[in-house]
Ligand binder design. Structure first.
Ligand SMILES: C[S@@+](CC[C@H](N)C(=O)[O-])C[C@H]1O[C@@H](n2cnc3c(N)ncnc32)[C@H](O)[C@@H]1O
Ligand code: SF4
Length: 373
């Protein structure tokens, strides 16, 4: 096997404004710094190039809002990156123009992850999104017109003020456009934030409804022919043009415990049993790379046990059985038997695999926590 990481993540932190619920490493505006930030990313790429395999499988530009980055700086970044089979860019609908979509396609981007969140104007308002539902549709068609045949939508549920009928309508609106892939996330509201303060009671009410929302999401999307391949992720299986595997190859690499290099402010890397996280401070990150030195990094100790537990937790989120092998060390065999009797887990002793049943997948993290010795 060729050595080196075959998956590259690049963090572009800039956003037009900050949404109340967001906990990612972001920086508002700073247009004058976009070009300098791309210089810093390319300097970090040069410093770390030796850990990458000669041929990459995936590149993922995430944010922040990658498509808010000044187009010329974004184009320069894309044209300087190593080629890969799957190149994804996260896009916010209001930033997408015909020119931008064409530029991304011309630079080798072949997958788009569009931050839709909801099609309901009142819920978009609660999330501080500036966008209107028609802007989402326009962005989608700009990408289609530019030749993108692999588009993913991000949707959020459990939004303050949301009813099951709102979620149903969001899913129907998404399905009408027919993206190749959908990620549907439960809203996570961090305690102590302004958002949580503002919506406290309503967040509690939403938390009680979360399980039924999750079931609704899975029911609607699988009935429409999507494969529920990871707890929160769905891809189209039926398409006229052939039999492409439309799972996110980049995210699969995380879930399968593969090595990846992360570049940029706050980015995480996991390579050869080591994990580090770049400083989340933009100025410190850029200053270090101006001097062509690595930014300050926080090292996370990754013992064999931690790695194995993580592999089990992530692997059981997938719809394919997890090959246990040496991972069996961290799995409690008595818990497996108990959960098997409850119809939550499937064990194949011959193949040495473990999988969650559909009911087990709905209960998700709780079942996995029980399994880990
Ligand atoms: C890196 S984020 C943001 C991408 C892009 N800037 C946007 O806002 O659409 C990627 C996705 O994470 C999800 N997300 C962000 N914050 C979340 C939260 N607090 N709870 C659940 N999902 C969240 C959203 O669906 C979002 O599209
Ligand atoms: S646009 Fe996306 S990354 Fe930026 S603050 Fe909003 S949710 Fe976070």
């Amino acid at each position: 096997m060729t050595p080196g990481a075959r998956h590259l993540y690049i963090h572009l932190p800039f956003c037009a404004h900050r949404c109340g619920y967001c906990d990612f490493v972001t920086a508002v505006g700073r247009r004058a710094q976009h070009a300098g930030y791309v210089d810093a990313l390319l300097a970090e790429l040069e410093l770390e190039r030796s850990v990458l395999a000669p041929r990459l499988e995936t590149v993922f530009l995430g944010g922040g809002t990658p498509t808010f980055t000044q187009p010329r700086a974004l184009q320069r970044l894309l044209s300087s990156l190593p080629a890969a089979d799957e190149v994804t860019v996260e896009a916010n609908p209001e930033t997408v123009t015909q020119e931008l979509a064409r530029m991304l396609r011309a630079q080798g981007v072949n997958r788009i992850s569009l931050g839709v969140q909801s099609f309901r104007p009142h819920l978009l308002g609660v999330l501080d999104r500036v966008v209107q539902p028609d802007t989402v549709r326009r962005a989608f068609y700009h990408f289609r017109d530019a030749g993108f045949d692999n588009i993913s939508f991000d949707l959020i549920y459990g939004i303050p003020g949301q009813a099951a009928s709102d979620l149903d309508a969001d899913l129907a609106d998404a399905l009408e456009l027919g993206p190749e892939h959908l990620s549907c996330y439960e809203l996570e509201a961090k305690p102590g934030t302004r958002f949580t303060h503002a919506h406290g009671d309503e967040l509690e009410r939403q938390a009680e409804a979360m399980e039924s929302y999750f079931e609704l999401v899975v029911e609607r999307l699988t009935a429409a022919g999507y494969r529920w391949y990871e707890t929160a992720n769905f891809c189209r299986t039926s398409e006229p043009s052939g039999r492409r595997d439309l799972r996110s190859r980049h995210n699969l690499a995380y879930w399968l415990g593969r090595d990846y290099l992360g570049l940029g402010v706050g980015a995480v890397s996991t390579i050869a049993g080591r994990r580090w996280r770049n400083t989340p401070r933009l100025a410190a990150y850029m200053q270090a790379l101006e001097r062509e030195t690595a930014p300050v990094r926080e090292l996370e100790p990754l013992t064999r046990e931690v790695r194995h537990r993580e592999r089990v937790m992530l692997g059981l989120r997938l719809d394919e059985p997890l090959l246990l092998g040496e991972l069996a060390e961290v799995v409690d065999q008595r818990a497996v038997s108990r959960l098997e009797r409850l119809g939550l887990v499937l064990r194949d002793a011959d193949r040495q695999t473990l999988a969650l049943t559909p009911r087990g997948r709905f209960l998700g993290g709780g079942v996995t926590a029980d399994l880990l010795a």
